[in-house]
Design a protein around this ligand. Structure first.
Ligand code: SAM
Length: 229
């Protein structure tokens, strides 16, 4: 089943994390924006015509286009073990013909490995207008977050000890892989849950130029904020 996001609240979340900017007139790229739920927030003041959404689930992009035909919907054929295992491992972000004031990624890097996150971050930063910002979320395994994920998916609580000192790790199906430990047979996890957890300490060291912000709006995800001066 293609993934159509049922998550809402993204606008309020990023509005807080970015310090309540004036959204009107700004070009926004919702990277991994799925069907564009951010636009459904009654509080959203994002200009529909200036909103661009890239996602690797074609059905989500089609739904977004049906719901908001005046916005800009871009399908991206990039591999993701969970959401799009038939995608290309080398496809670059499609040429968009413009730069953006705000690039947002809610719960996207929580599903990709760190080398992929770094690759995408480099590309996305190059798409920012001067004065623009790239804000993406991540999940720290602490504060009960990893424990909660294990409970939600009926997994063994002993995995908590396995990840205790890991700066980042992946939960693939029912198995944990620490940092860059290779996954022996990735095909067995295609289409299954694939969650990536990063500690705040790891993200702080990994992105020294970033502001690492605590969760907001009652969410559990931290925010990594990179501004282009
Ligand atoms: C948990 S969903 C969140 C969707 C949306 N941001 C939201 O909050 O409703 C993660 C999304 O990231 C997308 N995604 C994963 N890897 C991606 C990539 N390399 N490029 C673009 N989108 C990606 C998935 O297709 C999926 O729609």
């Amino acid at each position: 089943m293609p993934h159509i996001s049922q998550k809402y609240g993204q606008f309020q979340y990023f509005d807080i994390q970015l310090g309540h900017p004036i959204w009107r007139g700004k070009y926004v790229l919702d990277f991994g924006g799925n069907a564009g739920n951010i636009l459904k927030d009654p509080a959203s003041t994002i200009d529909i015509e200036k909103y661009h959404c890239i996602d690797i689930v074609p059905e989500a992009i089609e739904k977004g286009r049906r719901d908001y035909p005046a916005a800009n919907w871009i399908a991206y054929d990039r591999y993701n073990i969970s959401f799009h295992p038939t995608g290309s491992r080398s496809a670059e972000i499609p040429e968009l013909g413009r730069r953006f004031d705000y690039i947002l990624a809610y719960s996207v890097f929580t599903h990709v490995d760190v080398d992929e996150m770094d690759h995408l971050t480099e590309r996305l930063l190059s798409l920012l207008n001067p004065g623009g910002a790239f804000a993406f979320t991540f999940i720290d395994p602490g504060n009960g977050n990893f424990e909660h994920r294990l409970e939600r998916t009926n997994l063994d609580g002993s995995l908590l000890q396995t990840v205790e000192h890991a700066p980042w790790f992946r939960l693939a199906g029912a198995d944990v892989y620490l940092e860059d430990d290779p996954i022996p047979n990735p095909a067995t996890y295609e289409g299954k849950q694939y969650h990536v957890f990063h500690t705040v300490e790891f993200m702080t060291g990994h992105f020294p130029a970033a502001e690492i912000l605590p969760p907001a709006n009652g969410e559990v995800q931290h925010c990594c904020l990179l501004r282009r001066s």
